[in-house]
Structures are given as C-alpha cells and as structure tokens.
Design a protein around this ligand. Sequence first.
Ligand code: ADP
Ligand code: MG
Length: 322
Amino acid sequence: MNSNSSSAPAIVVDNLCKRFGSFNALDSVSFDVARGEIMGFLGPNGAGKSTLIRVLCGLLRPTSGRAVVAGIDIALDPEAVRRRIGYMSQKFSLYSDLSVLENLQFFGGIYGVTPNLIAERIHFALDMAGLLGREDALVSTLAGGWKQRLALGCAILHQPAVLFLDEPTSGVDPSSRRRFWNLIHSLSAEGVSVLVSTHYMDEAEYCMRIAMIERGRLIALGTPSELKQQSIGGELIELECDNIGSAIELVAQVAGVRDVAVFGNTLHILVDDAQETGVAVCHSLAEHGLPGAQARPILPTMEDMFVHLVRAARSQQAQVLK
Ligand code: ADP
Ligand code: MG
C-alpha cells in the first residue's frame, strides 16, 4: 500500500528507552522491520509490549533513543506517524452502542479518509470482516471474532503502510484466530508491515520474525526457525508421569538435569544427554515411589525456547545486580 516501495525499512528502532518514573519499561530496544514484514512481539505480561507499540504509534513519548516509522521520526512528528499507521489497541476500541457502519464511518473520519474513497474503503472492510449485509447490527451484538475483524477493518480504512496490533486475538476462538491470521498475511502480501503482540506461542509461528521481550529488553530476535534452532543449552526430554508436582522436585535433583519446567501435564527437562539422563530420571522417580514414568527426547518448541531465554535473561540480570 505504500507506493514509495523503496527497500528502506518500514521501521527503524534505535536504542529506544521509556521510563515511568525510575522504572525502565523499555530499555535500549533496537530493531528494524521491513516493508511487508510481520513482526511478532512475544513476552510475558508486563514485559513492555504495549508500551513499545504505543511509543511507536506516537501515542507515548520515548525517554531517549530514536524510532522512524513509515519514514517519520516519532519524536519529531508524532501526529504524522499517527496518520500513516493503523493501531488496534489491546481492548478493541470499537463503540458498542454504534452499528457496524457507524463505527466504520467514525474511524474513517478520525483517519481522514477522503469522501471519494470512504464508500469503497468501507465496502472493503465489511467484505474483509465478513460483515456485508450486517452493516446495521449493533457492535454489542457481535461475537468476538466479528468484533476483532471489524476492529482490524477500522484500523486499515486509510490504507496505512504500517499496522500495529496489540494482542488482537486475546479471547477469540481458535477458528476466528486462524481466519484473522489469514487476513494479516494478505495485508503483508500487499506490502503492509505488521507488528503484532501476542502471548499465544502457536501464533508466534505465523510471524516472519519474532522479537522476544522481557522486562523492557529485547532478549531475542529472529525467524521462528532461527529461534528454535538457537541453542537452548542442551537436549530436551519430555517426561510423562503421575504426580507432576512431586516429580518436579525429584527430577531437579537428578545429576545431569539443568532445568525443569511444567508443560501441560508433562515435564520438559533440559539435559546434556537425553538418552542417559532420561533413564536416570525414570530410575530415580521409581526409587522414590513414582514408577512408570516415560521419558522421550523431543525437539524444542517455541515455548521451550521462550522459557529458556526468559530464565537466562533473568539469571543474567540477577548476576549483574549482585
Ligand atoms: P505488556 O503489554 O507486555 O503486558 P506493558 O507495556 O503494558 O506490558 O507494561 C510494561 C510495564 O510498564 C508494566 O510493569 C506496567 O505496569 C508499566 N507501565 C505501563 N504503563 C505505565 C504508565 N503509564 N505508568 C507507569 N507504569 C506503566
Ligand atoms: Mg499489553
């Protein structure tokens, strides 16, 4: 949608910091986003994802550092940034007591869509959201998936070159989430750069690159496969057993076990040698009254990588503070 299709990055973030009082919500964050790229922000609650998005949208002033979004320095002209980007906030900012059409007309006005374009853009948004024929429905009567697609439609009425989506799929059913991701991919194919925060690990796989954020810092950046191939510092065992709660304590004490984390109703155990330590773990559990455990080597998932990187970043920070 950006007709100046140069190879310049759509976003450049350079040492960006945001402090609230003495608290560092963003700590020297740097990365670039290419035109048409889908960049995912992955991080625990309170990591700084929303703050980063709001700073890049020109809604919050950075404390220091620099960011250029769609060719504009956010500190110099935040208003121009806001005109060129689309933003879907964490709580969809639709008006529940207005109809579908009224919401689109309202956001079209806010984003300054010209009168000769608005009808076509609203039709596009209705079609994309699957809401053609439901223009007069009150937003309060729509199910989550439709609200979500309508909010996306509102955010792209003015054909922004860059789109920010803050946890857009929270609380939406899986098939709507899938459909929403298809829409994001079609926008990206048209050249829109999409920055999307999520805490769903499976969604990280739909992003072209992922920035992992923890306590305001960028702790990893790469494609999903690059991140998964990064060393997690050893091999991984999946352990199925009864009484996970007691097993975790016992497993942590077995020689060769570097880390243990609960994954659903299994344990993921980080070791140097999956074969050897898997056997030792099962023996130890049986000796302590938990027979029948099953260990098998597995490849790390995005979630394993995430847990590993967050723990590594936290222990590094703890070292620095000592
Ligand atoms: P995330 O979106 O990753 O859950 P946020 O960006 O919302 O995280 O918040 C990051 C941290 O900054 C949190 O500790 C939050 O409490 C703090 N924070 C966010 N906004 C403000 C604010 N306006 N004033 C003070 N602290 C804030
Ligand atoms: Mg948030």
